[in-house]
Structure formats: C-alpha cells, structure tokens
Ligand binder design. Sequence first.
Ligand SMILES: Cc1cc2nc3c(=O)[nH]c(=O)nc-3n(C[C@H](O)[C@H](O)[C@H](O)COP(=O)(O)OP(=O)(O)OC[C@H]3O[C@@H](n4cnc5c(N)ncnc54)[C@H](O)[C@@H]3O)c2cc1C
Length: 386
Amino acid sequence: MDFALNDEQKMTIDTVRRFIKEELKPLEDEVEDSGQLDPAKARAVFAKAAALGLYALNIPADLGGGGLSTVDRILCEEQFGHTSDILIRRAFGNVYEPLLVCKGGQVERWLAPTVRGERTCSIAITEAGAGSDAQGIKTHAKKTDAGWVLNGSKHFISDGEWSDFFLVSAKTGEKAISMFMVDKSLPGVTVGKDQKMMGLRGTPHVELFFDNVALEPLALLGDEGQGFKLAMGALNVVRLAQVGARAVGKASHVLELMTEYAGERKQFGSRIGDFQMVQQMLADSVIEINAARLMVLHAAWMIDAGLDARDWIAMVKVQAAETLGRVVDRGVQIFGGMGFCKELPIERYYRDARVYRIFDGTSEIHRTVIAKSALRRGAALFDLHR
Ligand SMILES: Cc1cc2nc3c(=O)[nH]c(=O)nc-3n(C[C@H](O)[C@H](O)[C@H](O)COP(=O)(O)OP(=O)(O)OC[C@H]3O[C@@H](n4cnc5c(N)ncnc54)[C@H](O)[C@@H]3O)c2cc1C
C-alpha cells in the first residue's frame, strides 16, 4: 500500500493551492459581504483557471477535461474545500458526472460546452414535497409525437440562476423516472426566487418551474426510465468529491487557523494552546480529519480500481460532514468571542459547514444505507480481509 504522493500529484496540489490563495481567497470577503460574485470577476477567475488547465479536472481528457484519476481529482477537491462554494464553481467548474451519459448530438449540445466552460449546468432533483425521498417527485414528462412535455417544479437548486441548463428528474411512468437536459431559455421554464440560506453566501439556491415545457427527444439523458438510476450512480462520485473531500479540506483549513490562534493567544499569562482542554480540541480535530481523509482516499482508490464504492461513499458522507461540523464548532470555541464575531471568517465556516450533513443525502439517510448494507453484507462491509 503506497500512501506517498508522486511528483506530479504534488505539483498539481501546489498549483491548485497557490491559485486559491492568490486568486480566490482575496475575493471571499467581497462575496460574503455582497452575497454575490461580480460576473466580471467570475469570468476572470474562470479564464485564469482554464488557462492553467484547472477547469473540469474530473472529465476525461478526450472530452476536453483534465483527465485526472479519481484519487488525483480528490486531492484537488480537498484543496477546493479551502475556499467558498461559488468561487470553486466559477474557477474549477461543476461539470457533473451524469453528463458523461450524453451521447450522439447531446455531446456537442450539452456536455462539450459545459466542459469548455461555455455553459453551466445545475442538478435539479429535489422538490418541496420530495427531498430525501427523491423518487417521490411530482414533476413529470409526457411523451408526445415531437418529444416530451415537462410539468412540475423543483427547489433548492444550487447555482440555478447562473446555469444555462438543468439536469431534471421527472416521472415518465407510474414508477419510471427519467432525466432530461432542460435549457433555461425554453418557453415555460421559470427561475423562481432565490431561497436564502444560512451559509454558502454567493451561491443562489432557486426554485424552478416547468409549465408545459416542450422538450425534443434529444433532451432525454440515457434510456427512458433509466436515466435516474444512471444519474444517481454518477452522483456518488460527486458526493465523494464535493462533500467528502471538500469537507476534509474545509476542516483542515479551520484547524490550521485554530492551531495558529492557540499558539498565539495568551490568557492567564500562557498561550491558550498550553491548556489541556484546548489541546484536546486540537488533538481530536487532527485525529478525526486524518481518519476522514483516509476514508475519502480509500473510496477514491476503490473507484479507480473498478470496485463498487457506494457503501464507502455513504460512510464518507457521514464521517467527513460530521467531522467538519465538530471541527468548526471547536474552531468557534478556541477563538472565543472572535469565533462568533464577523470580523473573522470562523463564524462563516461554522455556518457554511452545517449543510454538509444535509445536502446530497442527509446523515440519517446515509446511515440507513450503511446499516442496511451491513445487515446484508455482514463483515464484508467493515473487515477489509473478508
Ligand atoms: C444549500 C442546499 C443546496 C442544495 N442543492 C441542491 C441541488 O443543487 N439540487 C437538488 O436537487 N437538491 C439540492 N438540495 C436539496 C438537498 O439535497 C435536500 O435538502 C436533502 O436531500 C434533504 O431533503 P429535504 O430538505 O427535503 O429534507 P427531508 O427529506 O424532508 O428530511 C427532513 C429530516 O427527516 C429525516 N428523514 C427523512 N427521511 C428519513 C428516513 N427514511 N429515515 C430517517 N430520517 C429521515 C432527514 O434526515 C432530515 O433530518 C440542496 C439543499 C440545500 C440546503
């Protein structure tokens, strides 16, 4: 088992880290204060990142992406976690893996321009009445001679305002759910209100409404009734990267700040880092972050090895999200009043972290998946030698 990083991996991580420090970090406060990223600045960070080959790193090279293995991509995603969601989206892209299902004319229409950064896509699965129960949706598409007619609504759709098209789940039969690529410009598509969130300032989360939207046959992703299953499978790696690895990166960033502060801040004539109760918070954070990181990398390695990583990704989702939650909570505590004060970014990290236990499947849903799998697979799930 080789845990060492090769020179190429180290160089990629360094490039991403430097780009975040020099180009993105200086924009964070402005995004936080104004609640948005200036579109001109968004285009500028995209152009700089693309010039360095940092856009769409997860997409195979023959489709114009960075062609990274899952492990290498995960190493970059961990670095992405050091900055804000909207800056990651604009600089590095959100080219969701389900789009790789595109074939024929779909590639030039939806996938390729997204990889080139000319178009942006949001995933639209959740509805007001169907969150954890993603199959309980009401949005439906009726087959016609000309293609499909889509009706329904979605909510909480991240980046929906900026996106040019949406990957939408819709019922196409009593039990069948299909996925459609729906251009925002189509008649009958309405972007509703921005649903203000506790954190992730700068990333809009919007309602979408579909009123008799006529879709051409090409808009169907995968086979009828199969797209949802395909999309859910492909979303596993998105979950590993965008939740698992980024949570580890975020927690590491916060721990770095906590450690620095504990080494400088003096009370009772000593550094607060000399007090054992503060040390425990630091030590627990180091242990938990390293454990979560190894789990993320293990799941990434499984994907690269062609193994079924679904159960591991469910475990990672819980472990990384909850580790982040505990670390940012300790971060606020170690910074004391300054942790609660908006003059420092700690309170923002605390707010931003909370949703990691909720989106992309709640901790409860993933625990259910893990427990069911344990009951079915037994020791194979937790004893690597079986
Ligand atoms: C910031 C943000 C961004 C998002 N971005 C997107 C996006 O881009 N696209 C998209 O499609 N969706 C998006 N979502 C939606 C997100 O995936 C859902 O919020 C999430 O899946 C939970 O669904 P819900 O909010 O309806 O909660 P519910 O499903 O109503 O759950 C409420 C509570 O009940 C619990 N619960 C539900 N069912 C069970 C069960 N069987 N067993 C035990 N407990 C259960 C849950 O764990 C939770 O604690 C986003 C949400 C947020 C907050």
